[in-house]
Design a protein around this ligand. Structure first.
Ligand SMILES: C[S@@+](CC[C@H](N)C(=O)[O-])C[C@H]1O[C@@H](n2cnc3c(N)ncnc32)[C@H](O)[C@@H]1O
Length: 244
């Protein structure tokens, strides 16, 4: 846990890592307050999406960019789960929660761009609100595809682009004007909660992310909008005969 993490490392990745280290103490609380607890429902939806792939005997799940382990713990209710993140303070808080949960979850320090697992290790791979922060989207998708078993399922939960007229403007106002003020003040970060709406704005649309997933080799790529597209849940399968 305390060994340094080797990045495929840009300065940007190190800034992201430092940003999450700074907000780790207030991360969970702010997540739940600022989303009115809807984030919990979204994560449960992600687990439901991969539940079929985890029904096989001996199945195992991987949660990439696991942060404080909320999604990993939900997956751990079903099968033994590994969570990976490159930010030690986030993992440390996650480990306390894992211990309290009693679920079979192991948390490891690691980079989403160089996952420390052999090819075809997991039946399902998930990532929640993490892939937007990885400096190389296609690199992260390639790694998730690599460690997934043929026939396994990926689920990507991420903030997205609202599709409901009216909601787009209303949520935009909240997300860019109100949330950053509250988030930065409570977390003590000068920028983490200003970076959040900016990073979502630059993140691919629902259909564009699906195209990146197909490009990475996933098939049957689908998405559903959650809360009118404030978030989106993308899923895909690794073909049984995979071109890796
Ligand atoms: C917004 S948090 C999401 C945490 C958690 N998945 C959740 O649902 O609350 C994003 C996480 O991605 C992690 N992260 C960003 N880039 C990463 C990378 N290249 N490798 C591993 N973790 C990364 C950060 O350290 C942070 O914990």
């Amino acid at each position: 846990m305390e060994s340094p993490i080797v990045f495929q490392g840009s300065e940007k990745a190190q800034r992201i890592q430092a940003m999450f280290a700074g907000i780790a103490p207030t991360y969970d609380q702010l997540n739940h307050w600022l989303s009115l607890n809807i984030d919990k429902r979204w994560r449960r939806a992600a687990v439901q999406e991969v539940a079929d792939a985890l029904a096989r005997p001996g199945a195992q799940a991987l949660d990439v960019c696991c942060g404080t382990a909320d999604l990993a713990i939900e997956l751990g209710r079903l099968v033994p789960t590994v969570g990976v993140d490159f930010c030690q303070p986030m993992l440390k808080r996650g480990m306390e929660k894992v211990r309290q949960s009693g679920h079979p979850v192991t948390l490891l320090a690691g980079d989403a761009l160089a996952l420390p697992f052999a090819d075809a290790s997991f039946d399902a791979v998930t990532v929640a609100f993490g892939i937007r922060n990885v400096v190389d989207l296609d690199g992260a998708l390639a790694e998730m595809h690599r460690v997934l078993k043929p026939g396994g399922k990926v689920a990507i939960l991420e903030f997205s682009h609202p599709v409901v007229p009216g909601l787009k403007q209303l949520f935009g106002l909240y997300f860019t004007q109100i949330l950053p003020r509250i988030g930065n003040a409570i977390s003590g970060s000068g920028y983490a909660y200003s970076y959040l709406p900016e990073s979502v704005q630059h993140f691919p649309s629902q259909s564009a992310l699906a195209a990146h997933m197909r490009q990475a080799g996933f098939e049957n790529v689908r998405w559903r909008n959650l809360s009118g597209g404030i978030a989106a849940l993308h899923t895909g399968l690794k073909p049984v005969v995979a071109c890796s």
